[in-house]
Design a binder for this molecule. Sequence first.
Ligand SMILES: Cc1cc2nc3c(=O)[nH]c(=O)nc-3n(C[C@H](O)[C@H](O)[C@H](O)COP(=O)(O)OP(=O)(O)OC[C@H]3O[C@@H](n4cnc5c(N)ncnc54)[C@H](O)[C@@H]3O)c2cc1C
Length: 416
Amino acid sequence: MRYSALSLLMNGLRGNASWKPAWREPEPKPHYDVIIIGGGGHGLATAYYLAKEFGVRNVAVLEKNYIGSGNVGRNTTIIRSNYLLLGNNPFYELSMKLWEGLEQDFNFNAMVSQRGVLNLIHSDAQRDAYTRRGNAMRLHGVDAELLDRAAVKEMLPFLDFDNARFPIQGGLIQRRGGTVRHDGVAWGYARGADSFGVDIIQNCEVTAIRRENGKVLGVDTNKGFIGCGKLAVAVAGNSSQVASMVDMKLPIESHALQAFVSEGLKPFIDCVVTFGAGHFYVSQSDKGGLVFGGDIEGYNSYAQRGNLACVEHVIEAGKAMIPGLSRVRVLRSWGGIMDMSMDGTPIIDKTHIDNLYLNAGWCYGGFKATPASGFCFAHLIAKNEPHEVTRQMRLDRFERGYLIDEKGQGAQPNLH
Ligand SMILES: Cc1cc2nc3c(=O)[nH]c(=O)nc-3n(C[C@H](O)[C@H](O)[C@H](O)COP(=O)(O)OP(=O)(O)OC[C@H]3O[C@@H](n4cnc5c(N)ncnc54)[C@H](O)[C@@H]3O)c2cc1C
């Protein structure tokens, strides 16, 4: 069923009785051409583009929980393509372009809101770094604008401009950046993939990967064995666990990251603001809640929750940027598991096993990458050739020394 103003009107007139479920609940078939492990944003987007762009439709997405239960439904919804390095910038800009047409493409309202992403500047050194990044963005055809202190003050007068440690000197803004309703993305891709015949199988956990003669035969699940021609892994924070099923060790650590939502307030922040120096980022949802977050937990974990020490850090950083935040009540918080790679950049690649493909290492920033990640991973699976914007996102770059270290932090995953 196509969603439109007319279908809304007609269904309304008929008492909303003829809406169909947005996707089916099929039983798994014995064999698929492609199985994707992980019904997060990346797995669902991969299935959608495999079917729509590459004509591969005998596809199953296996999700151990319900779709949207992972990071795709837990993030702070920020999208942007404000990257410096050549290994990153064209990829994230492809993602931004796909976001810009996504709702029309998959016929679902994901509430894409290009309200702007502003990175605050607190020192001369930071201004130099942001100017360099802004120039690199513009050289790649990406929008970037450097704002002085007065321009930031006009936009966001309630920030603490004269904080003793982090006085605000200006900002770098990408006006095409913004937010997207995160679970809408999972639902839109699921509905789109289902409409091309993809089977989305929820509550189906992959427990083992069967191999023969160096190739994957299929997967063992709590719903039995399912065979496949190609196996694609897109399990974000669980990447190392699934890779261990084929005795692979990944250059990835898993850490928890928390998000917070405040009580509803009258609209006062109309863009995304990031305070890189203390690490805090905030936007205001359409319901009025402030949506914000900060650093990951410093220790490794697969538990979808964080600790109080990080809660304190996030609120402290938030108050340094917006003193008025101390009067706001936090309504809820939650955690998700980040697959932190050694250079802060993802991996989209084939593995040493002929028909096994890997999509991992998304760190803090995989939500904004969802459309391009799905598109490029589908390209790789369908053609056995990387898409041109992911040529550098190879697994062996760590071995070869060709890191894509956007932040220049070195092999310290929790700092990326
Ligand atoms: C608090 C928080 C804030 C964030 N903020 C942002 C942000 O503002 N902007 C941004 O760009 N990114 C952000 N991110 C990062 C982003 O959400 C992730 O990088 C991205 O969602 C990961 O890809 P995914 O959607 O496919 O992951 P997921 O949704 O986690 O999908 C992976 C799925 O695999 C499933 N799975 C795992 N193991 C198995 C198995 N054995 N069998 C079957 N299924 C399995 C899991 O249940 C899960 O549903 C944030 C993340 C968190 C947690």
